[in-house]
Design a protein around this ligand. Structure first.
Ligand SMILES: [Zn+2]
Length: 502
């Protein structure tokens, strides 16, 4: 089955930061997990290069907007590689192929009579590239996000008839309770719709850096329309000579932060319907990573800079931290000190230690060959047993419950560590009569480690790759506990998560 997942495209007027990395890693986890399950996955990310924010940033630097885009887009592409994002394509909206496809789609919106000409008067924030309604204004007519005073602007615009989609959107939300996850974001979007939709400005005459309207070249398109359509246009040119639209559209998951919910949950489905296109299956909305305590950490200073984290600890440690420290869907605090604590406690002491002692004991007691034995029933049942684990994780990831799925897996990492303490393999080795028991314990440990490592692959791709090679596992599909017999030769590996030098 086809599975198409997207991130928002990121504005090229700023440097890539932790927020961009977080959204991208979330989408990457879904992409990698679905690839593991054998689905036909397409994962898209990219940069948003038109609009006033880019124009203004370029002006400040004394260069043209295309030059700014050309300078900054590669920084985002580098970030994708840094965090091990496995995107299949990176779209840039200044790409002429995108521009051409947007013109076609918007012409269809025009032909279908969903636009009209009118006067717009409102409070405009150039940094948001968005008009604010009276309700949304901050104190003293300011932008609530950027906290800058706004000017009332009046101009001739083309409008998109968003109001005419009131019933369609209400029906969409009634029929598809999982159109937006988590549920509180669904409720937020629905309540926005239920307050009554107003038509939105589609073009601006003053904008210099943006696409011209195909039916009125005196006006340029409001950047959000051009940006939203990237999710569809990319499919038509991502593969040379092949149009993937029929294969992947509508998207299965569109992942984004909560600040762009309104555009994606309201305007986007209306725009798609206006263009005779299907709406995406689900939007997954996450909260903000808030920089918490400013306590110094030993190796990162007091700022959680993704570049520095990856350079010092590797991408997997960052990927793990983001989804352990903050519940996906909600806001949560992150910090450099918190990162280091979790790195030591969970990656070095729990998972890393489980891996190294399992491999070491197989080496020491069975010459590096995983024994052939029955798995220990003690690990199967109970709250943190392995029974039903794969199905549970798959079901959670189907609902984009990234933190809960990881928590399920991590409970089993902890269960295996407790199992080592309970079964005391070093005592079993003292007594020859316990050969079978030691075989069972070692087999069960190696098998449990294989199962959790396969499930951790989407979260920690590089680590899981190393460990699966050491466990002589060539497959990558999630596997049930006890589904592989013994007999494989293991390899010793250097610590997966070396302890910090103090
Ligand atoms: Zn603003």
């Amino acid at each position: 089955m086809a599975f198409y997942v997207t991130t928002p495209i990121y504005y090229v007027n700023a440097e890539p930061h932790l927020g961009h990395a977080y959204t991208t890693i979330a989408a990457d986890i879904l992409a990698r997990h679905m690839r593991q399950r054998g689905e036909d996955v397409f994962f898209l990310t990219g940069t948003d290069e038109h609009g006033e924010p880019v124009e203004l940033a370029a002006e400040r630097e004394g260069i043209g907007p295309q030059e700014l885009a050309d300078r900054n887009a590669p920084k985002f592409e580098r970030m994708m590689r840094l965090i091990e994002a496995s995107n299949d394509f990176f779209i840039r909206t200044s790409d002429p192929r995108h521009v051409e496809r947007v013109a076609e789609i918007m012409q269809r919106v025009f032909d279908n009579n969903h636009v009209y000409e009118g006067i717009y008067e409102g409070w405009y924030c150039p940094r948001c590239a968005d008009f604010k309604t009276e309700r949304e204004l901050g104190p003293g007519n300011t932008c609530p996000i950027h906290e800058i005073p706004l000017l009332k602007e009046r101009e001739q615009n083309w409008f998109f008839r968003l109001s005419s989609f009131q019933d369609d959107l209400e029906r969409l939300y009634a029929e598809r309770r999982d159109f937006v996850v988590p549920e509180h974001r669904y409720n937020e979007a629905l309540s926005f719709i239920e307050q009554g939709l107003e038509d939105v400005s589609l073009s601006r005459p003053k904008l210099k850096w943006g696409m011209k309207l195909p039916w009125d070249s005196s006006q340029r398109m409001y950047v959000w329309f051009d940006a939203l359509l990237n999710y569809v246009t990319a499919l038509s040119f991502a593969h040379q000579g092949e149009d993937l639209t029929g294969r992947y559209w509508p998207a299965d998951y569109q992942v984004m932060a909560k600040d762009i919910l309104k555009f994606h949950a309201v305007i986007w489905p209306a725009l798609l319907q206006a263009a005779d296109l299907e709406v995406p299956k689900r939007l997954a909305i996450h909260g903000f990573l808030l920089m918490g305590e400013k306590k110094m950490s030993k190796s990162l200073g007091n700022v959680l800079d993704p570049n520095k984290v990856v350079e010092t600890f590797g991408a997997d440690a960052l990927r793990h931290y983001c989804f352990r420290a903050v519940s996906f869907g909600n806001d949560g605090s992150v910090s450099a000190a918190g990162f280091e604590e979790r790195y030591e406690a969970e990656l070095a002491n729990e998972y890393g230690n489980l891996a190294s002692r399992t491999l070491a004991m197989v080496e020491r007691y069975r010459n590096g060959v995983i024994p052939e034995a029955e798995h220990d029933p003690a690990l199967v049942g109970g709250e943190d047993g392995f029974d039903g684990l794969v199905g549970r994780v798959e079901e959670l990831l189907d609902r984009a419950e990234l933190t809960q799925a990881l928590a399920e897996i991590w409970e089993r990492v902890r269960r295996l560590n407790r199992y080592v303490e309970e079964s005391r393999p070093w005592d079993l080795d003292d007594d020859d009569s316990d050969v079978e028991r030691l075989d069972q314990v070692l087999y069960s440990l190696a098998e449990g480690l294989r199962v959790v490592t396969l499930l951790l692959h989407p979260y920690m791709p590089a680590t899981s790759q190393r460990l699966l090679v050491a466990l002589a596992e060539s497959g990558r599909r999630p596997a049930a506990f006890g589904s592989r017999g013994g007999g494989q030769r293991t390899e010793r590996i250097a610590p997966l998560f070396p302890k910090l030098e103090t």
